[in-house]
Design a protein around this ligand. Sequence first.
Ligand code: ZN
Length: 165
Amino acid sequence: MKIGQDVVATIHYTLRDPEGEILDSSSGADPLAYLHGHGQIVVGLERALAGKGVGDKVDVVVSPEDGYGTHDDSLDLAIPKTAFPDEMLGQLEPSVQFVAEHPADDDQMVMYTVLGVEEERVLVTGNHPLADTPLHFNVEVKELRAASAEELEHGHVHGPGGHHH
Ligand code: ZN
């Protein structure tokens, strides 16, 4: 079996920034199981893994465009506190995340992270912390199997390395 659409791939990975600093790694922990072709991992890594088999190693640098995006200034916002529902105001503090519309496109939802809370405004960013960062992945493919019908319906993996519910 090779990695392709609707295959559940279990991988060990290490992600480094261009300076070689480790940003994330499954080393020393359980490997990651993901459902290929469903946008669960960044598109550039998904593309690099397509066609690989168990035991294959992949060493790839993913551009920001195929990773966590390029920095979008229009997503750095200062929102008046009056724009938030009362019940949410008490919970706003740095690193809290919420989903809301893109400022220029009502149809697009964006995950925002609170950066700071001022007297009258809440400073947020819809940019991913790794926007603009080329991502250097080292991956080893550990296991492959076909997804179950239920996993395909949910769009994610069940069991070890995936969702438990
Ligand atoms: Zn599920």
